[in-house]
Design a protein around this ligand. Structure first.
Ligand code: SF4
Ligand code: SF4
Length: 154
């Protein structure tokens, strides 16, 4: 949350005080998207910071998570970098040989929570939430895996 706050406030100051062009911000978001996927919305955008704070203080219920996903509908950076989640250089990757199928990662992921019949981080028959348009690279799945079987890497 501290890193998120610093980045979000810096971005707000940069736009409002130094009159940085929104085209430049868009280009920056797309370049980040090509390399890292949809990191801008959560880690750079001031709106992402506000939504994270609301989730932190508001109990993390399903409605707030849904709002978090859809607040970005009007943002071109979200459109482009969401699509880039499938093609970015850095992606969330599973090491099947060390995975114990415990399911802890799926319980932590808000995308799996909302559509468990469709997505899973470790079940091979399902779609990977990390490639989904809505994955904002919170990396909570990577952090919580007790075996280090999920990595965010090139
Ligand atoms: S938390 Fe790790 S070990 Fe457990 S299912 Fe997920 S990837 Fe596999
Ligand atoms: S980073 Fe992991 S836990 Fe977070 S939304 Fe993406 S797949 Fe789910």
């Amino acid at each position: 949350m501290i890193i998120l706050s610093a980045l979000g406030i810096s971005m707000y100051i940069a736009i409002s005080q130094f009159h940085i062009s929104l085209w430049f911000i868009l280009l920056y978001g797309v370049i980040l998207g090509v390399i890292f996927g949809k990191v801008f919305c959560r880690w750079v955008c001031p709106m992402g910071l506000i939504m994270e704070m609301m989730m932190g203080f508001g109990g993390n219920d399903g409605k707030i998570r849904q709002m978090y996903q859809y607040h970005k509908v009007g943002c071109p950076i979200a459109w482009i970098s969401g699509v880039l989640n499938k093609y970015s250089i850095f992606r969330i990757k599973l090491n099947e040989s060390t995975c114990k199928n415990c399911g802890v990662c799926d319980k932590k992921c808000y995308i799996v929570a909302m559509e468990p019949e469709k997505y899973s981080l470790y079940k091979p028959a399902k779609l990977k939430p990390g490639d989904s348009y809505t994955c904002s690279k919170c990396l909570e799945c990577v952090a919580i895996c007790p075996n280090g079987s999920l990595k965010y890497k090139a």
